[in-house]
Design a protein around this ligand. Structure first.
Ligand code: UDP
Length: 237
């Protein structure tokens, strides 16, 4: 956090020319991996993300089975070449945390009771990172689950809001994430208007938080529509 932020917004435009409430360009491709039951490649600004879903399938190790419902496992991994300074390969505290919160963001929409004693495994691979990788990963995973034909209550859509140069903005890019006053990633089941992920790094007043939440709701609705269209495009003959 630093006071460098002031120069990040000029005449209502951000460094990359976006308005305060504008998402970065998004591209979604459904069903890109042959061996996965469902997959999705997604670009969101400078983020490039692959999500793959395997299952429902047998649980290994067996002791993890649940006789009443499927278990959901999620692994978020950032490739060592995805960031400016090479990232040390393998899990670290950050990726363990993001794997956990991503699973918790996605799990509520899956109708797990349909698949007792089975596992649904979600892999999120970040190929290129530019801030907002956890939300991009959740968006891709949600589409990959639908592509795998997993019964769901809806889709989960996610984006970050935050505060940069004293303004509440949507979908922070790298510089805004690094030097902004707050970063608030949010995931929602848009159809049922339920928040499934809410984190906050930095500080907001109560009013600013309300404003950020509203902006995230708008962003998630736009993303939901793009996810839906990508699935329709794939499955309409
Ligand atoms: N980042 C990085 N190296 C790391 C972790 C993160 O360069 O080891 C960058 C990357 O661009 C990432 C951004 O910092 O997208 C913000 O990371 P954060 O932990 O806030 O998660 P994210 O916004 O990606 O969900």
């Amino acid at each position: 956090m630093s006071d460098k932020t002031i120069e990040f917004i000029e005449k209502g435009r951000r460094l990359d020319g976006r308005k305060l409430d504008e998402l970065r360009p998004i591209k979604i491709e459904v069903g890109v991996l042959k061996r996965a039951n469902g997959s999705c490649y997604m670009e969101s600004g400078g983020n490039k993300v692959m999500a793959a879903v395997y299952g429902p399938r047998e649980v290994h190790p067996r002791r993890m089975e649940d006789a009443t419902k499927a278990i959901v496992r999620c692994r978020y991994n950032m490739a060592s070449f995805s960031v400016e300074d090479r990232k040390r390969p393998g899990p670290d505290r950050r990726s363990v945390e993001i794997s956990k919160v991503s699973r918790e963001a996605i799990e509520p929409i899956i109708i797990k009771e349909h698949f007792p004693r089975s596992a649904i495994d979600i892999f999120i691979e970040i190929l290129q990172a530019d801030a907002g990788t956890r939300t991009a990963g959740i968006n891709a995973a949600s589409v990959a689950l639908a592509d795998a034909g997993i019964p769901m209550r809806g889709l989960v859509s996610a984006c970050a809001t935050g505060k940069v140069g004293g303004h509440i903005v949507l979908d922070l890019m790298k510089e805004e994430d690094n030097y902004g006053e707050a970063d608030v990633p949010i995931a929602m089941d848009v159809q049922n208007d339920k928040v499934t992920l809410l984190q906050m790094d930095g500080r907001l007043t109560q009013d600013e938080f309300k404003q950020a939440l509203e902006l995230a709701r708008k962003g998630c609705k736009e993303i939901y529509e793009m996810q839906r269209q990508a699935l329709i495009a794939k499955y309409t003959v």
